[in-house]
Design a protein around this ligand. Structure first.
Ligand code: NAP
Ligand code: GDD
Length: 323
């Protein structure tokens, strides 16, 4: 039987990379399309995926639509990547975030239970669940302490995934992924905001770059590496939870330094602080321990932060030049 995958959030950064990865492995790929008024397929076009997949209309908040989509796709593997994923917005839209990012997970789990509970399920959990960190290095055993409506919603989805695994014997796994970026990252996230800003400053289209807390530290990896870990989790005999990270943490400040150095500039001359970008509650530092993923999945991050940021700056230079 051919392998069939169903991806929610297929128009997002990870959805596009995962679709590309699964097509290359010979999967038939279906995606849930939360139809908006404007085109959301630029990432799928960028990776030459759009014409090779089948999109099915539906929203994560609409259980009936998800059931209908699963009946059409008949997937053997389901990847739940859809979410309101921007932490900053989650204070402005806490209820929508709860519905899409939290209840949406239960909708997908229920839809699987009602259609074919033998399908394997991947939940996009997050290092944001560690929030106010309880251990210097965070592993699968570290207690959670979310610090945003987004983190709280994700923690609910995480525990529902564990609960469906334990209650209904479903092959449901959670990837606790630390930040991962790429040239397909949304412009609102700090790495892409910086690499786009660097390109605009270098090309004379912008004079400075306004940021918030540049002392925050993140464990940043490359999204293209991380989608392989999602797939590996669903190839295991037993479902489980895995931290996916590089094991290296860097300040936003140092990430800026790398980005500006790529074009021969000093970040200190361009980066300005705007308190409007401070968050009501901050996650100051994240640092993952990917030892379990290494030993059980034989997975480790391949791309360094310098390689990642340089890749993103180069892509933004090309994009801004073409505008
Ligand atoms: P992203 O680029 O923001 O993509 C989110 C996707 O979810 C988009 O396709 C979006 O559709 C879709 N979506 C939003 N609300 C929806 C709804 N109500 N119904 C159906 N689809 C909806 O996020 P990403 O960076 O690829 O991340 C993928 C997943 O991993 C997310 O769940 C995120 O929370 C989680 N995660 C990400 C990271 C990271 O560092 N990237 C780390 C840990 C966990 P539109 O394009 O139409 O808006
Ligand atoms: N977005 C943004 N914009 N962040 C800024 C800025 C700015 O101007 N200035 C400083 N920062 C800081 C934020 O305060 C935060 O500490 C850090 O940069 C990273 O912010 P984001 O890039 O927005 O990512 P995030 O860590 O909040 O969330 C991302 O990673 C999570 C995994 O830990 C998202 O992809 C989440 O969906 C994901 O779960």
């Amino acid at each position: 039987m051919s392998k069939r995958a169903f991806i929610t959030g297929i128009t997002g950064q990870d959805g596009a990379y995962l679709a590309r990865f699964l097509l290359d492995k010979g999967y038939e790929v279906f995606g849930l399309l939360a139809r908006r008024s404007s085109s959301t397929s630029w990432r799928l076009e960028y990776l030459n995926v759009l014409s090779h997949i089948k999109l099915i209309d539906g929203d994560l908040t609409d259980l009936a639509a998800i059931i209908r989509a699963l009946r059409i796709a008949k997937p053997t593997e389901i990847y739940n990547l859809g979410a309101q994923s921007f932490v900053g917005s989650s204070w402005d839209q806490p209820i929508l975030t709860g519905q899409a990012t939290g209840i949406g997970v239960t909708n997908v789990l229920e839809a699987i239970r009602l259609t074919d509970s033998s399908a394997r399920f991947y939940q996009a959990s997050t290092s944001e669940m560690f929030g106010l960190i309880q251990e210097t290095t965070q592993s699968e055993k570290t207690p959670f302490y979310p610090r945003s409506p987004y983190g709280v919603a994700k923690l609910y989805g995480h525990w529902m995934t564990v609960n469906y695994r334990e209650s209904f014997n479903m092959h449901a796994s959670s990837g606790i992924l630390f930040n991962h970026e790429s040239p397909l990252r949304g412009i609102e996230f700090v790495t892409r905001k910086v690499t786009d800003g660097v390109a605009r400053i270098k090309l004379g289209r912008q004079k400075s770059l306004m940021l918030g807390n540049i002392d925050a530290q993140r464990d940043w990896g490359f999204a293209g590496d991380y989608v392989e870990a999602m797939w590996l989790m669903l190839q295991q005999d037993q479902p489980d939870d895995y931290v996916i990270a590089t094991g290296v943490t860097t300040t936003v400040r140092d990430m800026c330094r790398i980005a500006f150095e790529r074009v021969g500039l000093d970040y200190e001359n361009y980066v300005k602080i705007d308190p409007r970008y401070y968050r009501p509650a901050e996650v100051e530092v994240l640092l993952g321990n990917p030892a379990k993923a290494k030993s059980r999945l034989a997975w480790s991050a391949k791309t360094s932060l310098k390689e990642l940021i340089e890749m993103m700056v180069d892509a933004d230079l090309a994009r801004v030049s073409a505008q």
